[in-house]
Design a protein around this ligand. Structure first.
Ligand code: GLN
Length: 310
């Protein structure tokens, strides 16, 4: 951070943008959610939200996309605030080594998901949020509007419906977790809230700002609120590091070196502690379900700036 002033961040973003655009077409859009299969692949945006409020952006940083699993960062924050350490009796905080939609460890571990960022774990945090907040959907929407400073943030009901109609695997998972009494609300209500959180539509600038509290000891710059404590922010960052990109978390630590959380809409948020929140977006995914060009962009960014936590 000390020599940050010497970096020309706009120049670096420009270089990354050019490199990424040459690779357009790589990766596959998520097509298991039919509505997401319609998103064009030739898009790339990147935004940096610095702690002093400045924003650097490039490419399609103002085009909205489906945030999908990036939402799990915010529901984890809310669930931890509500339940405190007791949350960890219901969901673990270990890397999984398995895909985001895997069920395999659930039986071995008696309905306790490996971490809050796999779908199984996110269903549990969604359940905790539902139990602790009246009108959880409204509350989460307000939370995201406040964090991003953008009152226009909304939900794409078509995407939520598309997932509700095709989410057989999540239905199986939720019922399986329920069989171990690790969901306390109606299974359908948990799934509906989960699809709703995944269907939030935001752009890179919104998301870079929304994750900034994790770079700033839990403090939200837009509202001045303490969203979580400094300790809470450190912990959430650590879980992002070990599980935010699922079974590619080791590879991300190696090539990127920042706490990060991806979504199958092609977005990835990342945190440079004490420096910035950032977001990249490009819809083509790699085989692990992370944005292929987004990952490349983050790799180039940390190499060009030296801003990795390592
Ligand atoms: N809504 C998606 C699902 O449940 C989220 C997955 C993701 O973004 N990795 O499958």
């Amino acid at each position: 951070p000390d020599d940050l002033g010497r970096l020309d961040l706009d120049d670096i973003l420009g270089t990354i943008n050019e490199e990424v655009r040459r690779r357009f077409g790589e990766g596959e859009v998520a097509d298991y959610i039919p509505k997401l299969a319609e998103v064009p692949k030739d898009r790339f945006g990147m935004a940096l939200a610095m702690l002093d409020g400045r924003v650097h952006e490039v490419g399609d940083a103002r085009e909205r996309f489906s945030i999908q699993s990036i939402s799990k960062v915010y529901t984890l924050t809310l669930a931890l605030e509500a339940a405190g350490d007791a949350l960890w009796t219901r969901v673990d905080r270990e890397p999984s080594g398995d895909p985001y939609n895997s069920l395999i460890q659930l039986e071995l571990e008696k309905g306790i998901p490996r971490n809050p960022f796999m779908n199984a774990g996110a269903l549990v945090t969604a359940d905790v949020v539902l139990s602790n907040y009246d009108d959880a959907e409204r509350m989460l929407l307000d939370f995201m509007r406040a964090r991003s400073g953008n009152p226009e943030v909304g939900t794409d009901d078509v995407v939520a419906k598309s997932e509700r109609e095709s989410g057989y695997r999540n239905v199986a998972m939720a019922n399986f977790i329920r069989s171990y009494d690790n969901l306390h609300n109606d299974v359908q209500d948990v799934l509906d809230f989960y699809y709703q959180q995944c269907a939030l539509r935001m752009d890179c600038v919104d998301l870079a700002r929304s994750v900034q509290y994790l770079a700033d000891g839990g403090r939200c710059r837009a509202t001045g609120e303490a969203v979580t404590t400094a300790e809470g922010a450190t912990r959430i960052n650590s879980v992002m590091m070990i599980a935010g990109t699922y079974d590619a978390a080791g590879d991300f630590a190696y090539h990127v070196g920042l706490p990060a959380k991806s979504g199958v809409g092609g977005g990835i948020v990342a945190v440079v502690p004490r420096v910035m929140g950032l977001c990249v977006w490009s819809p083509g995914l790699d085989e692990k379900g992370n944005s292929l060009l987004g990952r490349y962009a983050l790799h180039r960014f940390t190499r060009m700036t030296g801003l990795s936590v390592f």
